[in-house]
Design a protein around this ligand. Structure first.
Ligand code: GLC
Length: 638
């Protein structure tokens, strides 16, 4: 596309590549939930279904959501919505018979009744499927179920299936940790949105799509549920951090029970943190589902399209911010407690960018969403520029910062954020390799958080938020700093740990986040899958293979812990859960991807050349990137 203003405009108002007509989308969609259902009591659909059956499957409302009009249909008949006979198919008529087959502990179940009965039999108190097998013995599940116990992967699959959570007799997610010997389960008995991503990917890569479709559609119903904390409700479009399936007596019928989905948006979570990453992960998983299964009918549904738009609307809302990065509170992502990552942490920006690109691919053009698409495209142009330019650090950049002038009051300051060179931490001067670099953890006025955060850097590679050169440099750094970042257990969540006074001030003396433990420099096996995707994308799978080999030696023996402690990751984490599902699933996804690297494309975002062109148009129109008020307005608001 030529570098004309028209071309730029065209890019900014183009949604994605998947154009289709509204009517087509409408006809193909099989179930539309009214706002009433989306915001009903839990996911107790039966409670909301008060209308007459003949009203079902007809459009009931043109709802205006965030300035856009959406047509919605009522869901299924009352009978289908009660848990006694509710089925995952009720939220997706797109599935064919083979796809509908459910797997329970490795057994393919064709009949819904037997599915339900077996699920009930196997269901433990937490809603997870749990057999009588002794989980305490590595390899035990595998040997007792399959008769052979010789492979870590087989064991991991059995454990993953054992962590499946059932709603109305159908798998809907996986429990965060499934250790029968742990009495202090806290909220690890819930299905976490972010934790389910590697589980979902493992199932997708194995060709088992049902559970992922069911997860996507049911969590959608939880979106923006009217829960409040001290009289305040979360923003519309927010996805919960986690949810729990509760089985409760059916109202008016003592002999029956129903399952209710109970989401947590952070109002019960430790620290009351809102999970900004949940919606972003949901979009990323939705795209992966479509790409892997070939079933685009889910993303084309009107309720799903609405869900995507609600997440985008929330993320793209105007605020007081001067930066294109997303402004969040501390602990709004995988690190879900105070760790000094408030402001514009890299992890959120990388997931945000990936979600924006994924949404652009999936959104159907529709009257009324032009503004949203324009805002999305604007962000897609501005965000990578900001991150690549201001978050990047390597020897050269570090030396530039070292020589920064400060207190520059002007529109074209070099040191725009007024970073005082003294902020460069002594450890970094020694640590920065000659070859390699990384994106810093956070950037705020007069503050650069120089810690290396693995997830943010890996996901910047995967989403192409980092340039090609930067992506290679990040992997160079991981190789160069292997002894610190990988060591005895891949992968450190961040490096280095906060210690002493800094730990006291930043974490609030958090006894769980002591130096080199948990979020504060602990090692998290689940990060293996993200490392693997990034390495495959950059055609350097050998790095991930080496990391997997290290993890493999210990994970099964150590009962699949949540995280490891100490500088080299030598100890099982002090308070780490055992049989942590995303440690298990992360390992499986890494193995599956290494065996079939081309599958990684379900997660990777390739840099959009139209956006790159639009970006260079923007720059060439203003080569010195002068921040004149008029210029900035012209460049960004199109
Ligand atoms: C911990 C992790 C969080 C995860 C949760 C459940 O709180 O920090 O990222 O989602 O456990 O596993």
């Amino acid at each position: 596309m030529g570098c004309t203003p028209e071309a730029f405009l065209q890019v900014l108002s183009a949604p994605g590549t998947n154009f289709y007509h509204w009517n087509l989308c409408y006809e193909n969609s099989t179930m539309f939930l009214s706002d009433k259902y989306r915001r009903g009591r839990g996911c107790r659909y039966s409670q909301s279904g008060r209308s007459s059956p003949q009203n079902f499957n007809r459009i009931i409302a043109d709802l205006r959501v965030d300035g856009m009009t959406y047509k919605k249909k009522r869901p299924y008949s009352l009978e289908n919505l009660t848990c006694k006979c509710g089925r995952s198919e009720s939220v997706s008529a797109a599935a064919n018979e083979e796809e509908n087959r459910t797997w329970i502990n490795g057994i393919a179940m064709d009949s819904d009744i037997s599915k339900f009965e077996l699920a009930q039999q196997l269901k433990n108190e937490n809603g997870a499927v749990f057999s009588n097998i002794d989980l305490g013995t590595p390899g035990a599940i595998n040997s007792k179920l399959n008769g052979v116990g010789d492979s870590f992967e087989d064991e991991a699959w059995d454990l993953l299936r054992a962590s499946m959570v059932y709603y109305c007799g159908n798998p809907i997610g996986t429990i965060a940790a499934n250790d029968p010997n742990d009495s202090s389960i806290s909220n690890y008995d819930q299905v976490f949105i972010r934790d389910f991503v590697p589980s979902g990917l493992a199932f997708l890569l194995k060709g088992e799509y049902d559970i992922v479709r069911s997860f996507i559609l049911h969590t959608l119903q939880l979106q923006s549920w009217e829960k409040t904390m001290d009289c305040h409700s979360p923003g519309q479009g927010l996805m919960p951090a986690s949810f729990k399936v509760r089985t409760v007596p059916l109202e008016g019928d003592d002999s029956a029970t129903e399952d209710v989905l109970d989401p947590d948006f952070g109002e019960a979570a430790i620290g009351r943190v809102a999970p900004v990453d949940s919606g972003l992960w949901w979009i990323i998983l939705l795209r992966a589902y479509g790409k892997c299964s070939g079933d685009r009918s889910v993303q084309e549904r009107v309720d799903v399209q609405t869900g995507i738009k609600m997440i985008l609307k929330l993320c793209l809302a105007d605020g007081f911010d001067m930066f294109p990065t997303l402004l969040v509170t501390d602990g709004s992502c995988m690190i879900d407690r105070r760790m000094g990552i408030h402001g514009h942490p890299l992890e959120i920006q990388a997931l945000f960018y990936s979600a924006l690109l994924s949404a652009r691919e999936m959104l159907a053009p529709e009257d009324g969403s032009t503004d949203l698409i324009t805002a999305l495209n604007n962000r897609l142009v501005a965000l990578p520029f900001h991150i690549r330019e201001y978050y990047w650090t390597d020897m050269k950049k570090l030396n530039e910062i070292y020589r920064y002038k400060t207190e520059e009051y002007s529109y074209d300051a070099v040191n725009k954020f007024n970073i005082y060179p003294d902020q460069i931490p002594p450890w970094l001067v020694e640590w920065m390799p000659n070859k390699g670099g990384y994106l810093i953890g956070n950037l705020q006025p007069a503050h650069m958080d120089f810690r290396f955060f693995s997830l943010g850097n890996l996901w910047s590679i995967i989403s192409s938020l980092a340039t090609n050169e930067q992506s290679h440099a990040i992997l160079d750094l991981i190789e160069a700093k292997w002894a610190e970042l990988v060591a005895d257990m891949p992968l450190k969540i961040c490096y280095p740990a906060l210690e002493g006074e800094e730990w006291r001030i930043v974490t609030g003396s958090d006894p769980k986040n002591t130096p080199w433990s948990y979020h504060n420099g602990g090692s998290w096996p689940t990060l293996l899958w993200q490392l693997t995707v990034a390495c495959i994308k950059m055609n350097r799978p050998g790095i991930a293979e080496n990391a997997v080999k290290i993890a493999e030696r210990r994970l099964s023996r150590d009962k699949w812990p949540e995280y490891y402690d100490t500088k080299r990751g030598r100890f099982i984490g002090k308070q780490a859960r055992l049989f942590q599902t995303w440690s298990i699933a992360g390992y499986l996804v890494a193995k599956l991807l290494l065996a079939k690297p081309e599958s990684a494309n379900i997660l990777v975002n390739i840099e959009d050349t139209e956006l790159v062109n639009a970006f260079s148009c923007m720059l060439s129109a203003n080569p010195r990137r002068k921040r004149s008020r008029m210029g900035a307005k012209k460049s960004y608001i199109i």
